[in-house]
Write a protein that binds this ligand. Structure first.
Ligand code: PGA
Ligand code: ZN
Length: 422
């Protein structure tokens, strides 16, 4: 049994300039694995939170030395010598030790690092790729085989707005989705070509080519639909076919522009009540080759979700991110109520690999689609790439096809396609 000889955690800085946790696990045969976690929410009752030092003299209170010392001084001594194959048991022990709904005692930055280290170390000691190890782990846990047949279709975040950019756009992500008939390598190539051409198109229009938090451009445009128009123009310039080769997606992240029960965006000069806004979203999906709409309605507006889902979900993915926040009760409710057809998997919104698997199991039993996504606050770790292949998510969404923390994950998928899924 490959046993844990040492675990050493320390602070690193993420893509937003905020501290996060990285750690190295040494096996008893001296092989080592390293992993890090993205930034989570700081204070939320509804999703897992990071443990932050709250020391105003370091990193504006965002330091993670408490999480680091929990790992080094509290958790490691208790699991020293344990087998790295005990993923489910150790994950459960950590969740019980935390004991809160939102992981606020130990912090999700503490728990997820250990969970990822175990999976990585187990795969190294079995000498199988990480995705294969996690795929087997899922199968052994749920007695359900997930045949590994493909690399998930990538969703590329080309134009950033909302909370992710300092510009005029209300929607958070304007995305390009290459046809799922392409290999990953071809899809990636197309996305990079679109990104480069998009820069030229924006420059031609005298719009800024500065980028937002996920690496997409963040121009100031008059309306949100202008962003989709620009994407259409870019794709057409490249002689790719919209609606055939290339589809679009939007993460509307609508909580941000939902105020007093109404939706206010620049495309309309007034706040919209549910019905009018529903028609707006529906016509957007008719006017553009849209394949996926994420968080079109506020997470409290279940009626809006249900109505839209009924109207468009035959051809378009209606994706819950803030609606679900990796909460299994919310996911079960959303499925029962037919509020969405897909949801976003961000491991650090829940806590451990075991809990991710629980969500995947609910989804698979109900034919619900899922998208493995990176966060806006990222590291160069590529764990989520292997996870997406292991659980055969329909899509992945890691940001723009540029910037180290984004391409680290896309490049890993490309490598898996090249080397493992020949
Ligand atoms: P976040 O955004 O990482 O800032 O939560 C990602 C998303 O909304 O999909
Ligand atoms: Zn989102």
């Amino acid at each position: 049994m490959p046993a844990i000889k040492n675990i050493h955690a320390y602070e690193i800085i993420d893509s937003k300039g905020i501290p996060t946790v990285e750690a190295t696990l040494t096996l008893d045969d001296d092989r080592m694995v390293t992993t890090s976690v993205p930034g989570a929410s700081n204070a939320s009752q509804n999703e897992a939170v990071d443990l932050r030092d709250e020391d105003p003299n370091r990193f504006s209170g965002q330091g993670v030395t408490h999480a680091v010392s929990y790992i080094n001084e509290l958790i490691f001594p208790k699991i020293k010598g344990a087998s790295v194959f005990k993923q489910i048991e150790i994950d459960k022990w950590l969740c019980d030790a935390d004991g809160t709904k939102n992981k606020s005692r130990l912090g999700v930055n503490t728990i997820l690092v250990i969970s990822q280290l175990l999976a990585k170390a187990a795969s190294v000691s079995k000498q199988v790729p990480l995705f294969k190890y996690m795929n087997d782990l899922y199968e052994n846990t749920y007695k359900e085989e997930i045949p590994i047949e493909k690399i998930p279709t990538p969703i590329f975040n080309m134009i950033n707005g909302g909370q992710h950019a300092n510009n005029s756009l209300d929607f958070q992500e304007f995305e390009v989705i290459p046809s799922s008939s392409f290999t990953f390598g071809t899809a990636y190539q197309r996305a990079v070509e679109i990104f480069v051409e998009l820069k030229r198109v924006l420059e031609y229009r005298n719009a800024t080519t500065a980028v937002g938090e996920e690496g997409g451009f963040s121009p100031n445009l008059t309306t949100n639909m202008d962003a989709l128009e620009i994407l259409m123009e870019t794709v057409t310039q490249l002689k790719m076919k919209c609606g055939l080769d290339i589809f679009f997606g939007v993460d509307m992240a609508s909580n941000r522009f939902f105020k007093n029960g109404q939706y206010l965006i620049k495309d309309k000069g007034h706040s919209m009540k549910r019905e009018e806004y529903l028609n707006f979203v529906k016509s957007m999906t008719e006017n553009y080759p849209i394949l996926s709409v994420e968080d079109p309605f506020a997470d409290s507006d279940w009626e809006g979700w249900k109505k839209l889902n009924e109207l468009i979900s035959k051809n378009i993915y209606v994706v819950g991110d803030e609606l679900i926040r990796m909460n299994k009760d919310k996911l079960a409710y959303a499925i029962r109520e037919s509020a969405c057809t897909s949801f976003i998997i961000k491991p650090n919104q829940v806590g451990s690999i075991t809990e991710v698997f629980e969500m995947v199991n609910i989804a698979r039993k109900t034919n619900t689609s899922y998208v493995v996504a990176a966060r806006s606050s990222e590291t160069n770790d590529d764990f989520v790439s292997d996870l997406s292949v292991a659980i055969q998510s329909e899509f992945v969404k890691f940001g723009a096809p540029t910037r180290g923390e984004r391409v680290a994950k896309y490049n890993r998928l490309w490598q898996i396609e090249r080397e493992e899924l020949k």
